[in-house]
Each structure stands twice: as C-alpha cells, then as structure tokens.
Ligand binder design. Structure first.
Ligand SMILES: Cc1cc2nc3c(=O)[nH]c(=O)nc-3n(C[C@H](O)[C@H](O)[C@H](O)COP(=O)(O)O)c2cc1C
Length: 217
C-alpha cells in the first residue's frame, strides 16, 4: 500500500458531532435557509465557507468546474465575479447556465444551486470590485485569466505593475471584470448523518413559487 492509499483509506466523513436538520421546519423559500446555514457554518469555524465550486459547460457540452468566491446571495440570486474573457466567462456567454456547490465539512453540510446566469451592469462590477481589497483589484488588473502564460517572469512583472497601479490608482477600472448572478431554479440542502440517513431537501422553482421535496440520499 502506498502512502497515498494509506492516507486515503484512513480518512472518514461524518465522523464528528453533526447538527440535526428538520426539513419540516424549513422556510418556504431557499434563500433564508442558505443565509442560516452559511452563518452557522462560519460560526462553527468552517474555514472559507464563502468559497464554492462553479460548474459550467463549454460549447461542446463538456463540463468544467473551478472554485470562486461568493460575493452575495440575495433575491436576485447567488453572485460571483470573474473576467468575461476567462474560460468560464466565455462558457457562460455561450451557455448562461451554471451549477454551484458549497461543502461545509465541519457540519457535514452541502448546498447545491442550479440556474440561469445573468451579468450585472458594468457599474455593479466596478462597485463590487472597488469595495474589495487592494489585492483583489491588483489581481483583476493583471487580467488575461486562462490565457497560456509563457513564463513565471512575465506574470511576476505583470503582477508587480498591477499592484503598483492598484495602490496608486485605487479607482482604476478593470474592464473585463464582470459580476455574475445565478438565478436559482433548484437549491438543495444536504445534511450529512453518521448513520448515513442523510437529509436532502430540494427547493424547485415552479410557476406558483417554490416546491419543497425530500430526496432519497
Ligand atoms: C479559494 C479560491 C477562490 C477563487 N476565487 C475566484 C474568484 O472569485 N473569481 C475568479 O475569477 N477566480 C477565482 N479563483 C480562481 C479560479 O478557481 C480559476 O482558477 C480561475 O477563475 C480560472 O478559471 P477558468 O479558466 O475556468 O475561467 C479562485 C480560486 C481559489 C482556489
């Protein structure tokens, strides 16, 4: 057995004290439950609960996935930001549909969101970026996300220049930086259970509002 296999086989999930979740007491809409679970994850010491997996598909229907930061979750949907010129930006321009995945192991909880993606206005993207750190602005100013990089030195120079500009010019625009909003069509809440009697509650948007249904785990 290799060290990798020893490490892999020694690991467990749902091996800690997990919160209970009574779906009968869940609110009629998913957003307040997401806010509750998010706040509880942060309070329980979950590291980086605001990171999520973002899945998109390319023009050939091939799935792609990567991690991004959550910028908001409100009545419009789940917000994140990226470059319109990146791989994900091009995929979303061609097929504006996405799936999001949050996993908060401290509480054995997973939240999945699927829906149509719209873009915020350039002004919203600008305000969202400029409310963040100098590092976030410097990173956005580097640009060229997902392009092939010829050498680490090229990036070092571009990054140093972007940091100088972000510090000297905190209002500098990053034209390709775009705010995306996933309008939820489905939101699923998964509460893990030590005896594998996991609770899955799915909200589905229908003509009359939200339908709630339990799913077999
Ligand atoms: C913790 C973490 C947070 C990230 N947050 C973002 C983000 O908010 N926006 C973004 O464009 N990329 C973010 N990235 C980088 C993406 O995962 C990805 O490398 C990049 O966006 C290029 O993806 P693409 O080639 O599929 O477009 C983050 C990466 C990590 C590990």
């Amino acid at each position: 057995m290799t060290d990798f296999h020893r490490a892999l086989h020694s690991l467990r999930v749902w091996d800690t004290e997990l919160p209970s979740f009574d779906p009968a007491s869940a609110p009629p809409e998913p957003l307040p439950l997401f806010h509750d679970w998010f706040t509880a994850a942060a309070a329980a010491g979950q590291t980086e609960p605001h990171t999520l997996s973002l899945a998109t598909v390319d023009e050939d229907g091939r799935p792609d996935v990567r991690t991004v930061m959550l910028h908001d979750a409100d009545d419009r949907g789940w917000h994140f930001a990226s470059h319109a010129t990146s791989a994900k930006g091009r995929q979303l321009a061609a097929r504006p549909e996405a799936a999001l995945g949050f996993y908060w192991p401290v509480q054995g909880r997973q939240v999945r969101v699927r829906g149509h993606v719209t873009t915020g206005t350039p002004q919203e993207a600008y305000e969202d970026l400029h409310a963040r750190t100098t590092g976030a602005l410097a990173s956005a100013l580097v640009g060229r996300q997902s392009e092939v990089l010829d050498s680490p030195e090229t990036l070092a120079e571009a990054s140093a220049a972007a940091w100088r500009r972000a510090e000297a010019e905190p209002d500098a625009p990053a034209p390709t930086w775009t705010l995306y909003v996933v309008e939820p069509a489905e939101v699923e809440f998964f509460q893990g259970d030590a005896r594998r009697r996991h609770v899955r509650l799915r909200y589905r948007r229908t003509a009359g509002g939200w339908t709630r249904e339990l799913l077999w785990p």
